[in-house]
Design a protein around this ligand. Structure first.
Ligand code: GLU
Length: 509
């Protein structure tokens, strides 16, 4: 049997890193087994539908390099891949369930249900559910005579179809990560399967589509575990039990302190991204930062995500996608939640930056440099620069792509002097004379490369009886604006003689 897995997001907003991890585990599993990976858009809840979210999800998958084999965009043998376009199809299955008595029609209004939840509450804090205990008190096809039900339907009274959960039944499920799990059916409510607008709910649609699309393995977030007994029963009631996919419920991604699920708000509060890419809410206009725009490389992001809840059983942490395909196994995914550690995420990115070739890195850093340059005074910008060379000089100091600006801005524009004290504090006439003289010397220096520049500098120092330690830091601050950066004579070489002279003169006055 051909392995077929799916990622089935609802287009309701930004793509949480937990969602990308679900994509990744699906993708790795499909690749490892020569199978197919399907993207199915679960957009049956019209009230939660957000414009642009579907396109955004596809863009995120593309950025991560985890593209599906079949999707609404790509098409495929089981199209359509958008549930809203499959609307007509679900009713037939709801009707089958009605016929077999595993589902029933319910006419209750929201107010009726609210009242029941309060009146029948289990205790002060626990409202009642619509279930075997309360369904007999409600307006549905179990309590009304058939003619009345038909009349109500014929007159256009809104109704939903609910599953009739059995009482005192143990529903069993074998989860690939958690092993055998048992549920007491009496504790599960009679979930709505078909809504008044004719749309299926997730519960019906997920079972019907996983069946029709021949899904063999279904990996989804742990938050879906409580609904699993409903799904298992639907597979059984629809007569498809032998086709049911193997399930794996993936552990949550937790806040850094381990206290609860990582949310968008934690990211805002603690200053790290939670979404794969920038997401702008079309209603509020509010933008939430993504890993991409923060300067992560997609390969580093994906590697980091793979390790959030899985390990290979070895010390190895850096895995290319191909290596992950070979090493990954769903059974090694942990049961417990995985704490998100932003420092570790940055460590992965730093590692990937070191191992990416300079031409590629230059291409990735370019938009950040160009954006920053826009806010620099026009007369401070250097007319030419070799980005590839600059990148090779500073990559070991860069963790995120914007660091190529903060660690290398002085290669692109004359910097402001931020550490003036480092020059001025121990300044004296001797140093003033030394630098003035050196400027004259270098005018005549023909070979403008780091070693001759340094030799020339050191030779002149001896004449002034100065030590390198007296003047190296001032020289660095003159050229860089601060106390950081690669070798100072290399900087001089790269920015050129004219610019070097300009920066020194600016301090000497
Ligand atoms: N539409 C569900 C979600 O947004 C998918 C759950 C599943 O994969 O079955 O999480």
């Amino acid at each position: 049997m051909k392995v077929r897995v799916r990622f089935a997001p609802s287009p309701t907003g930004g793509l949480h890193l937990g969602g990308v991890r679900t994509v990744l585990y699906n993708y790795l599993f499909a690749r490892a087994h020569g199978g197919e990976f399907i993207l199915r858009i679960e957009d049956t809840d019209q009230s939660r539908y957000v414009e642009g979210a579907e396109q955004y999800i596809m863009d995120c998958l593309r950025w991560c390099g985890l593209e599906p084999d079949e999707s609404a965009e790509k098409g495929g043998p089981y199209a359509p891949y958008r549930q809203s376009e499959r609307k007509q199809l679900y009713r037939e299955y709801a009707e089958k369930l009605l016929e077999s008595g595993h589902a029933y029609v319910a006419f209750d209004t929201t107010e009726d249900i609210e009242k029941m939840r309060k009146d029948q509450r289990i205790d002060e804090h626990t409202p009642a559910q619509y279930d075997h205990r309360t369904r007999g008190l409600m307006l549905n096809s179990l309590t009304l005579p058939t003619e009345r039900v038909n009349e109500l339907i014929a007159s256009g009274t809104p109704y939903v179809v609910r599953i009739k959960m059995p009482e005192n039944h143990t529903v069993k499920l074998t989860d690939m990560i958690r092993g055998e799990i048992s549920f007491d059916s009496s504790l599960v409510d009679d979930k709505v399967l078909l809504k008044a607008d004719g749309m299926p709910t997730y519960h019906l649609a997920v079972v019907v589509d996983d069946y029709l699309m021949k899904i063999t393995h279904a990996f989804r977030g742990e938050e879906w575990l409580p609904s699993a007994p409903v799904h298992v029963l639907l597979w059984e009631y629809l007569g498809w039990k032998s086709h049911m996919p193997q399930w794996a419920h993936l552990p949550l991604i937790l806040k850094p302190d381990g206290n609860g699920k990582l949310s968008k708000r934690d990211g805002d509060r603690l200053g790290f991204p939670v979404f794969a890419m920038n997401w702008t809410d079309p209603k509020t206009g509010e933008t939430t930062k993504g890993f991409k725009e923060m300067g992560f490389l997609p390969q580093a992001f994906v590697n980091m995500l793979a390790m959030l809840g899985w390990n290979s059983g070895t010390e190895q942490e850096i895995f290319s996608l191909e290596e992950l395909v070979k090493a990954f196994s769903i059974e090694r995914v942990h049961k417990g939640g995985a704490k998100f550690d932003f420092e570790k995420a940055k460590w992965f990115n730093h590692q990937y930056i070191q191992h990416t070739d300079d031409a590629k890195l230059a291409e990735l850093a370019k938009p950040y440099i160009e954006e920053e340059l826009k806010s620099q005074p026009a007369d401070s910008r250097l007319t030419t620069y070799d980005l590839r060379l600059v990148v090779s000089l500073i990559k070991d100091r860069c963790t995120l792509l914007p660091d190529f600006w903060s660690q290398g801005h002085f290669f692109f524009a004359t910097p402001e002097i931020k550490e003036e004290a480092a020059i001025k504090d121990k300044w004296n006439d001797q140093k003033q004379q030394f630098f003035t003289n050196w400027l004259t010397e270098i005018q005549n220096l023909l070979d403008w490369t780091a070693i001759p520049i340094e030799t020339n500098f050191t030779e002149l120092l001896a004449k002034y009886g100065l030590k390198k330690g007296d003047v190296m830091l001032p020289l660095r601050v003159m050229l860089v604006g601060g106390k950081y950066g690669p070798g100072v004579f290399t900087i001089a070489e790269v920015i050129g003689k004219e610019e070097t002279i300009k920066r020194i003169k600016r301090v000497l006055g």
